[in-house]
Design a protein around this ligand. Structure first.
Ligand code: FAD
Ligand code: DHB
Length: 389
């Protein structure tokens, strides 16, 4: 079989790129290791920048997000028992949209099905080949049968653990990494959110985040130890812990109930350079990871897709390789700024095992400065709503 672009991975990056290419008349096939239902069962990101929302519109998959997504004009920072609102809209003229990654994925899958796009799920042994030359191809097996897919380009949208980055090890790949000494324990519960805006809390017991998926579904997180296990966290323990990390009036207002999902995610900063190896591109989490504190992972996947889609469109429409040649540098320039922001937000809001009394005072001073200075609040706000593409 032959196609123009093979996309490895049916996460948001792969689906978004696939839909934009399909709409532009560029053939593509998506290869995915797990089933469609499994992809849809993963609960992850919740905050979309306006740039990502615009790309969903452009892909023809933004209609439900515009209808059901919750525009947020601000969020709360709590520390030392007090609330401080960051007025995103007042400071930047922009907002973010709270709409779950699960729903983004579902909308893109529905759009792809309606457009007759080919996605092959539950494939194994996916390997990119010969991307250094003019005729790359991808091999994979499905139901025990080996297949070969010839193409012009390979888009590695296969997340942090996928085969695309592995295929470029030893080919000039350089990596940069920081692993944080804690994780996030997250739950979803069908209870109304404690506040209509998100709350990021810095507390002596550790970071906490109150988010949501809708007016009736809450998404909450607490910082936990790296060796913590989900089984050790009953719902009651979780509710007691998150309430202990919030100002008293917020804790009292919180509605609790049975969790419908509970999982632990480690926190990591990671960047691969470059993001292009001949005719293979690394896109989204395959090329970089941010800790979730700044809500940037999904949004960075979207900006990569913007740059790569523009480059591929230019290649096919104008026979120009300029966009392709510039993809890595363009994407990395934005990636590193989001890496900096996510690292800073993580440092500012979490308890670190080795921070000591000096580190805590510095963190308090940072938060006081941040909430007391319009310039500092504006810097936070413009990064949070998303730097321009
Ligand atoms: P993925 O979503 O990981 O998709 C990669 C796909 O490739 C997967 O479907 C995978 O099954 C597939 N794949 C892997 N290996 C193979 C293989 N061998 N063959 C074929 N397919 C393969 N980001 C935000 O912007 N805002 C947030 O609020 C936010 N919150 C988060 C909260 C949590 C708890 C977590 C864990 C993440 C959060 N993120 C957030 C990050 C965000 O979820 C990711 O950055 C996003 O999923 C990246 O999309 P992707 O398509 O690049 O990768
Ligand atoms: C959510 C996740 C984040 O990492 C974040 O910073 C804000 C919200 C969420 O899942 O809703």
């Amino acid at each position: 079989m032959r196609t123009q672009v093979v996309i490895i991975g049916s996460g948001p990056a792969g689906l978004l790129l696939g839909q934009l290419l399909t709409n532009a008349g560029i053939d593509n096939v998506i290869l995915e290791r797990v089933s469609q239902d499994y992809v849809l069962g993963r609960i992850r990101a919740g905050v979309l920048e306006e740039g990502m929302a615009g790309l969903l519109d452009e892909a023809g998959a933004g209609e439900r997000m515009r209808r059901e997504g919750l525009p947020h004009d601000g969020f709360d920072l709590t520390f030392s028992g007090k609330h401080h609102r960051i007025d995103l809209h007042g400071l930047t003229g922009k907002h973010v949209i709270v709409y779950g990654q699960t729903e983004v994925t579902r909308d893109l899958m529905d759009r792809r099905a309606a457009a007759g796009g080919i996605s092959i799920y539950e494939v194994a042994d996916v390997h990119p080949h010969d991307f250094d030359g003019e005729r790359p191809y991808v091999t994979y097996s499905k139901d025990g049968v080996e297949h070969r897919l010839d193409c012009d380009f390979i888009a590695g949208c296969d997340g942090y653990h996928g085969p695309s980055r592995k295929a470029v090890e030893g080919k000039g790949l350089e990596t940069f990494e920081r692993v944080y000494p804690f994780g996030w324990l997250g739950i979803v519960a069908d209870v109304p959110p404690v506040s209509h805006e998100l709350i990021y809390s810095n507390h002596p017991r550790g970071f906490a985040l109150c988010s949501m998926r809708s007016a009736t579904r809450s998404r909450y997180y607490v910082q936990c130890a790296l060796d913590d296990r989900v089984e050790a966290w009953s719902d009651d323990r979780f509710w007691d812990e998150i309430r202990s990390r919030l100002p008293a009036e917020t804790a009292e207002a919180m509605t609790t109930g049975p969790s419908i999902e509970k999982s632990i995610a480690p926190l990591r900063s990671f960047v691969a350079e470059p993001l292009r190896f001949g005719r293979l591109f690394l896109v989204g989490d395959a090329g970089h990871i941010v800790p979730p504190t700044g809500a940037k992972g999904l949004n960075l996947a979207a900006s990569d897709v913007r740059y790569l889609f523009d480059a591929l469109q230019e290649y096919y429409a104008e026979q120009s390789a300029a966009g392709i040649d510039g993809y890595s540098a363009r994407a990395l320039a934005r990636v590193w700024k989001a890496e900096r922001f996510s690292w800073w937000m993580t440092n500012t809001l979490h308890r670190f095992p080795d921070m000591g009394a000096f580190g805590q005072r510095i963190q308090e001073a940072e938060l006081e400065y941040l909430t007391g200075s319009r310039a500092a609040s504006t810097s936070l706000a413009e990064n949070y709503v998303g730097l321009p593409y």
